[in-house]
Design a protein around this ligand. Structure first.
Ligand SMILES: CC(C)(COP(=O)(O)OP(=O)(O)OC[C@H]1O[C@@H](n2cnc3c(N)ncnc32)[C@H](O)[C@@H]1OP(=O)(O)O)[C@@H](O)C(=O)NCCC(=O)NCCS
Length: 97
C-alpha cells in the first residue's frame, strides 16, 4: 500500500508542481497475491483534477519469479491528493500551459 501511495504521489506531485498531501484512499483492491521474488511494476494515471485536488488511479502488475511469461495485475487503487502550501493548507493547482 505504501508503494502504491508513492506511485500515485509522483504523478500528483508533478501535476501540483510541488508539495501534496494524501486526503483519501477512494478504493483499494487486492486481486491476486504478491509473492516473494515477484517483480512489481506500478502504473499511475491522473483520472480527475479539481481546484486543489488530484485523483490518481494506480495499477500494480507482477512478473512472477518462476513463470516469467506470466504477467498479472494484482492490485488497483484510486487515491486523492491535495496540493498544499508551506502551511499545509490547500492551494490551487497550477494551470496547464
Ligand atoms: C489534505 C488537507 C490539507 C485538505 O485540507 P481541507 O481543509 O480538508 O481541504 P478542503 O476541504 O478545502 O478540500 C480540499 C480538496 O480536497 C478534496 N477533498 C477533501 N476531502 C475529500 C474526500 N474525503 N474525498 C475526496 N476529496 C476530498 C476537496 O474536494 C477539495 O478538492 P478541490 O479543491 O479539487 O475541489 C487536510 O485535510 C489535511 O492536512 N489532511 C491530513 C493529510 C495527511 O496527513 N495525510 C497523510 C495520511 S497518511
Amino acid at each position: 500500500m505504501a508503494q502504491v501511495d508513492i506511485a500515485g504521489s509522483i504523478s500528483a506531485s508533478r501535476r501540483a508542481n510541488g508539495r501534496i498531501a494524501p486526503v483519501t484512499v477512494n478504493s483499494f483492491l487486492f486481486k491476486h497475491p504478491v509473492f516473494v521474488g515477484d517483480l512489481l511494476s506500478f502504473y499511475a494515471d491522473i483520472v480527475k483534477t479539481g481546484n486543489t485536488s488530484v485523483t490518481v488511479y494506480v495499477e500494480v502488475w507482477v512478473q512472477r519469479m518462476r513463470l516469467q511469461d506470466e504477467v498479472v495485475k494484482v492490485t488497483e487503487a484510486t487515491l486523492t491528493y491535495v496540493a498544499t502550501d508551506r502551511d499545509c493548507r490547500p492551494r490551487m493547482l497550477p494551470s496547464i500551459d
